[in-house]
Ligand binder design. Structure first.
Ligand SMILES: Nc1ncnc2c1ncn2[C@@H]1O[C@H](COP(=O)(O)OP(=O)(O)O)[C@@H](O)[C@H]1O
Ligand SMILES: [Mg+2]
Length: 222
């Protein structure tokens, strides 16, 4: 379960303070999927970064599975990220010099898993995202859709209970976007993980359990 209470986040832009998140409250149960929509610059990425502990809120509380992670130090946050959180970006953020397989196994290497477990789990997710034939390819030899498949595989290889996706289909054509979204949604339902996805695409958003709009720093039902 993921919940947050009274989350505030602002950025300062020279002399001005921009309030990006204003008293955000959320409660998301295991297996639930949530779409966050909103205009460009409305704070979707900021919200995802704060909820996933990639960025700190100015104030407020965040709980994951009963643990108050907003009070954790960097060491404990690292453990939470390695064990419970997956993140997919719009522009994949894969390492071009590494192969598909090497990119996907990175979270397991960082988590110090043993070699045979890394092999087994990496092969399993490569298969799940349909990239078996390309597993030794370098990232820059792949199409946009294929890169997103690899990014999805990397985000789920450590069995996270919460998956964040920041406009994961935003850089793809319609056909690829639909394919990537259905892959993501199959994997989320198979793993019973929470999905929190920022998207511009209302058609895709409406396929999730809940759609909330961020506007003026607040989350609203649409
Ligand atoms: N690191 C930062 N420093 C200063 N301002 C930022 C930073 N990150 C985001 N912002 C500002 O916060 C607002 C929300 O940005 P963002 O969360 O990226 O919106 P979205 O993802 O909805 O497009 C924007 O006005 C953006 O310029
Ligand atoms: Mg964004």
């Amino acid at each position: 379960m993921l919940s947050c209470k009274n989350i505030n986040k602002s950025y300062s832009d020279g002399n001005n303070k921009i309030n990006v998140l204003n008293n955000i409250n959320l409660n998301i149960l295991e297996g639930e999927t949530l779409a966050i929509i909103g205009a460009s610059g409305s704070g979707k990425s900021t919200l995802l970064h704060v909820l996933s502990s990639l960025d700190a809120a100015d104030s407020g509380k965040i709980e994951i599975d009963g643990e108050l992670i907003s009070s954790f130090d960097e060491n404990r946050l690292c453990q939470i990220r390695l064990n419970k959180i997956g993140f997919i970006y719009q522009f994949h953020h894969l390492i071009n010099e590494l192969s598909v397989k090497e990119n996907i196994s990175l979270p397991l290497l960082i988590a110090n898993k043993n070699k045979s477990e890394i092999e087994k789990k990496t092969d399993e997710v490569i298969d799940q995202v349909g990239m078996k034939k390309r597993k030794d390819f370098q990232i820059d030899k792949l199409s946009g859709g294929e890169r997103q498949r690899v990014a999805i595989a990397r985000s789920i290889v450590h069995n996270p209970s919460i998956l964040f996706a920041d406009e994961p289909t935003g850089n793809l054509d319609k056909n690829n976007a639909n394919n990537i979204f259905s892959l993501l949604s199959d994997l989320v339902s198979y793993n019973k993980s929470i999905l929190i996805m920022a998207t511009h695409d209302l058609e895709i958003a409406s396929k999730l359990n809940e759609v909330l709009k961020i506007d003026g720093g607040n989350l609203k039902n649409i």
